[in-house]
Design a protein around this ligand. Structure first.
Ligand SMILES: NC(=O)c1ccc[n+]([C@@H]2O[C@H](COP(=O)([O-])OP(=O)(O)OC[C@H]3O[C@@H](n4cnc5c(N)ncnc54)[C@H](O)[C@@H]3O)[C@@H](O)[C@H]2O)c1
Length: 371
């Protein structure tokens, strides 16, 4: 199969869908890989690193899209890319269709086979192609929190880990899922006093068994949050209710009981945020202050560390890409239910119910589309 890797063109997107290591694997299976010039540069992989392992460097995005049977991307196609999508071409990337009717209709009109990273799903309902980005965001939340606690950044001037004779900072992590656990691990490793709150007691029991001794668990409720909030220097919002807006766990009036100069990092901002006063910010202008509490609410945190994020993403996408390339999409999804869950739009028809429901459009099963 001919696989094409265009350069990402969304503002501030430096990730790339395939690394030289991935090119090598695809070449071993007999495939051809076309990489748009400078596609890997933002992640630290110049053209030579791709050429060395047998990729063909192509000058323009148009040519990559024109020649490739499967396009591998990171972000959803944007308007200038719509006309490049070709009938029958496979596009394997994050689409997040439910967030854009315009994109959904453009992809339906194009006739591509859209396989969305975000809906590839394992039997236990976990989403393997989203997990690495949650890991990045969870770990980064502590790094950013520690930075904004510094006095020069407007914070209260407390060192996360303290020193001998001086107490460390207190860190509250709301939600003990992938983001929360990664935040707690890093904060605990830096020596902070960490509390994880979750509504799932079985989850807390599990965390209690393996987290470090400076991590405590608490059942999450409005009453408990109100009671403990004044103690914390850094609060990390990491809750998720699948398919729904994040619950508002810290309301505006609660900011007044927090310490002046404390920091909230609301990682759940991409689902609307779990802090009432949170609104999405960008890496260029990441924070704002309300009631003396610094809010960091960047919606695409992994974008700040493209080297790590690209490696994390491509580690998990490559095995699926190889299956699609080796077998063709129809055989690949027939033999792998995880990958079948990734199919969103095929031959102009929506095949994923949640996408259709988001815009009151109809949907069909893959078999109906192919019949
Ligand atoms: N900003 C970013 O760049 C970025 C990057 C990755 C993920 N995220 C977001 O981070 C959020 C968390 O993702 P995740 O992968 O950790 O999800 P997850 O499903 O692994 O974990 C969510 C946890 O929240 C808990 N929860 C639900 N309601 C709660 C409540 N009322 N109180 C306390 N806990 C509650 C759940 O029990 C679960 O353990 C999601 O909104 C995700 O989209 C943001």
């Amino acid at each position: 199969m001919i696989i094409g890797v265009p350069k990402e063109i969304k503002p501030q997107e430096n990730r790339v869908a395939l690394l030289p290591a991935g090119v090598l694997e695809l070449k071993k299976h007999g495939h051809t890989v076309l990489v748009e010039t400078n596609a890997g540069l933002g992640s630290g992989f110049p053209d030579e690193t791709y050429e060395k392992v047998g990729a063909t460097i192509i000058d323009t995005a148009d040519e990559v899209w024109n020649k490739a049977e499967m396009i591998m991307k990171v972000k959803e196609p944007i308007a200038v890319e719509y006309p490049r999508m070709r009938d029958g071409q496979i596009v394997f990337t994050y689409f997040h269709f439910a967030a854009s009717e315009e994109l959904t209709r453009a992809v339906m009109d194009s006739g591509i086979v859209a396989i969305a990273y975000e809906t590839v799903e394992k039997a236990d309902h976990s989403l393997p192609l989203l997990i690495p980005m949650s890991e990045v965001a969870g770990r980064m939340a502590v790094q950013e929190g520690a930075k904004y606690l510094e006095k020069a950044q407007g914070g209260r001037g407390i060192l996360l880990g303290g020193i001998p004779g001086v107490r460390p900072a207190n860190v509250l992590v709301l939600g003990g899922g992938i983001v929360g656990v990664n935040s707690a691990k890093i904060a605990a490793g830096m020596g902070a006093n960490v509390t994880i709150m979750d509504i799932n007691v079985a989850r807390l029991r599990h965390l209690d068994d393996y987290m470090a001794r400076n991590v405590t668990t608490l059942t999450s409720s409005e009453h408990m949050i109100r009671e403990v909030l004044p103690q914390y220097d850094l609060v990390i919002g990491a809750v998720l209710i699948h398919g729904a807006k994040a619950p508002r766990l810290i309301t505006r009036d609660m900011l007044k009981i927090m310490k002046p100069g404390s920091v909230i990092v609301d990682v759940a901002i991409d689902q609307g945020g779990c802090i009432e006063t949170a609104h999405a910010t960008t890496h260029d202008d990441p924070i704002y202050v309300i009631d003396d509490v610094i809010h960091y609410c960047v919606a695409n945190m992994p974008g700040a560390v493209p080297f790590t994020s690209t490696l994390g993403l491509t580690n998990v996408t490559l095995p699926y890409a190889i299956q699609i390339a080796n077998k063709g999409w129809q055989k690949a999804v027939a033999e792998n239910h995880e990958l079948e869950r990734g199919l969103n739009i095929v031959n102009g028809e929506i095949v994923y119910a949640d996408v259709a429901n988001a815009f009151d459009l109809g949907w069909k099963s893959v078999n109906e589309v192919l019949a």
